[in-house]
Design a protein around this ligand. Structure first.
Ligand code: FE2
Length: 286
């Protein structure tokens, strides 16, 4: 049976990719952000996950405003990146795990989520940058990409994204292969890149969201999308990906590490690491 060992939430700002390409991890501007990843690397080295399920949003590389699925899941054995126009190098392709993808798709559609299934799918910086941050030596895991629309309104609600994550979590734990799974949510935290509030950051709301992700994630579902835009910024709605990630963690969840740094490219940059222990194991340990 597949087992979800933990979750990571991380910012995916495109300029991180340029910083990696230019080797600027220790520059004063970047170091406080990159310092957030050694604890994640140690967790991965200890737990040795086999596959990563990544909740993220596409920025126009694969889907654009004319055709935007609310939820899409990749079902391929390879996911290519292409030139996104940000001036960052084109990443190498990520491997997939198509059988696991199809299992997840079957299960979540069976639960009432109308998924767009993609046997071909490009992945952009929202996938490739977290992979580079978490596996800097290039030993990326096979992935299952789950794309959530955070771009073209109407967006799915906080509650719906959380429930999608829960359905994906149930699908993972019913998968017969003995796999260790990391779930990852990318984007955010608070930021707005355009309009009168360009540069908007809300540390208090980001802190509340990170706190409640551990303690009471369902409490966050009371925020409507307009409220989320107001509190997190127009692009801060990428927090929806974090909600789905947290929803997939079905066991006893504890926060092992958190890093929060303002700003990177007018964005509140955050990294959180959650451990997900099966409830039975927790009781046994206690
Ligand atoms: Fe983004």
């Amino acid at each position: 049976m597949a087992r979800i060992i933990g979750g990571v939430g991380t910012t995916h700002v495109p300029s991180i990719g340029k910083a990696i390409a230019d080797g600027k991890q220790n520059d004063p501007y970047w170091k406080p952000f990159f310092d957030g990843f050694p604890p994640v690397h140690r967790f991965i080295a200890r737990e040795k996950p086999d596959v990563a399920v990544i909740f993220s949003n596409d920025h126009g590389l694969n889907f654009f405003l004319d055709k935007m699925p609310t939820f899409a899941i990749g079902a391929a054995n390879e996911y290519r990146n292409e030139d996104e126009g940000w001036g960052i190098p084109v990443s190498r392709a990520a491997k997939g795990n198509a059988p696991l993808s199809w299992h997840i798709i079957n299960e979540v559609v069976g639960e009432g989520f109308d998924i767009t299934m993609c046997q071909e799918m490009l992945v952009d910086h929202a996938v490739t940058i977290p992979l580079q941050l978490m596996w800097p030596m290039g030993d990326w895991l096979p992935i299952v990409p789950v794309a959530i629309n955070t771009v073209q309104h109407p967006l799915p609600s906080m509650a719906r994204c959380y429930e999608l994550g829960r359905a994906v979590g149930r699908a993972l734990t019913s998968y017969p292969d003995d796999l260790k799974v990391m779930v990852i949510g990318t984007g955010g935290l608070s930021h707005q890149l355009d309009g009168k509030r360009a540069g908007f950051i809300n540390r208090d709301f980001d802190t509340l969201c990170m706190n409640q992700l551990v303690a009471d994630p369902e409490s966050l579902t009371r925020y409507s999308i307009p409220q989320l835009v107001e509190l997190a910024g127009a692009q801060g709605v990428e927090f929806l990906n974090w909600m789905a990630m947290r929803g997939a963690l079905s066991g006893t969840v504890s926060e092992l590490y958190r890093n929060y740094h303002i700003p990177i490219s007018n964005t509140a940059a955050a990294t959180v690491l959650f451990e997900n222990r099966p409830r039975a194991e927790r009781r046994k340990a206690a």
